[in-house]
Write a protein that binds this ligand. Structure first.
Ligand code: SF4
Ligand code: SF4
Length: 284
């Protein structure tokens, strides 16, 4: 049976950073909202704990930053010890403590780390990367390709271990003409930058979301991906396996790596293979 990847996005929607382009910047939640998020996550972990009939992968893709919350760290540790969870990964700004790493099975844990030069110094971010490195944890590192961060991104590349994949997300803005020199620099650093810099025509195209990868919210509602709002079913009321089958993409375009990486036409999956959730190139 093929592995099924679940992109979990619970109600949490807050962050300790304040990136100017982000709606979750410095957003705070009430105590009861946080308790609700924790309860949703616990329910998800309990659900997955007994789904031993096939291999699963989990990627936490929160609105905001989740690793600063103890219940996400506990969930990662718990899931990493389940034989049927091949991979548990999280998108993070890497600001949280990493003292818990030795409790996890690092064969299965991975990190999709984003560097925000306006929020944290490169030295501090690299110290956190070094902690992952020393612990033997799997991770990718990336940055939003803002022109004002070009020097920081170049330095980050120089200072990261050579084996670590540094991805760059294009800052797509209708008001900003393409800067060819910047594109060239970013493409030298991340050969897949040009793939990220465009919106891929996707309507009617094959996409493996809804078959091998799904997006799940805190209530258990299943969508094929984060970008198609149609609900396929609910994991707490229906068997997930029964909802998994091939469907063409209904959206006009797909412009996010987390989505278009599942389009067979782009031939990206073979580049990431079993590390697809944490965005690590299989050659790195
Ligand atoms: S670190 Fe991420 S979630 Fe937090 S404000 Fe910046 S972009 Fe938003
Ligand atoms: S191509 Fe993108 S938008 Fe379309 S179904 Fe796949 S991930 Fe979703």
């Amino acid at each position: 049976m093929e592995r099924v990847n679940i992109l979990y996005r619970g109600p949490l929607s807050s962050c300790n950073y304040s990136c100017h382009y982000c709606p979750f910047a410095k957003r705070r939640e009430t105590a009861s909202e946080l308790v609700h998020d924790r309860d949703c996550l616990k329910r998800f972990v309990r659900w997955l704990e007994v789904r031993t009939h096939r291999q699963h992968g989990v990627l936490f893709t929160p609105w905001g930053e989740a690793l600063v919350r103890s219940w996400y760290r506990a969930a990662i540790v718990q899931l990493s010890h389940m034989e049927h969870v091949a991979r548990v990964a999280i998108q993070t700004n890497l600001s949280a403590t990493l003292n818990w790493l030795n409790e996890a099975n690092l064969e299965r844990v991975a990190f999709w780390c984003t560097f925000h030069p306006q929020e944290v110094t490169r030295a501090r971010f690299l110290r956190q990367c070094q902690r992952l490195e020393t612990a033997g944890a799997r991770y990718s590192v990336g940055c939003v390709g803002l022109p004002q961060h070009a020097d920081e991104i170049r330095s980050l590349r120089d200072e990261l271990p050579a084996h670590v994949y540094l991805w760059i997300n294009a800052y797509k803005s209708k008001d900003r003409p393409t800067d060819e020199r910047l594109s060239e620099l970013f493409t030298q650093i991340d050969a897949l930058y040009p793939v990220n810099a465009k919106y891929h025509q996707s309507r009617g195209q094959e996409c493996d979301t809804g078959r091998t990868t799904v997006s799940v919210d805190g209530q258990g509602n299943i969508r094929r991906c984060h970008f198609v709002q149609e609900i396929l079913g609910n994991m707490y009321e229906q068997e997930l396996d029964a909802l998994l089958f091939r469907r063409p993409c209904p959206n006009a375009t797909c412009g996010c790596h987390i989505g278009y990486v599942h389009m067979p036409a782009l031939k990206l999956k073979p580049l990431f293979r079993q590390n697809i959730l944490e965005r690590i190139l299989s050659s790195s």
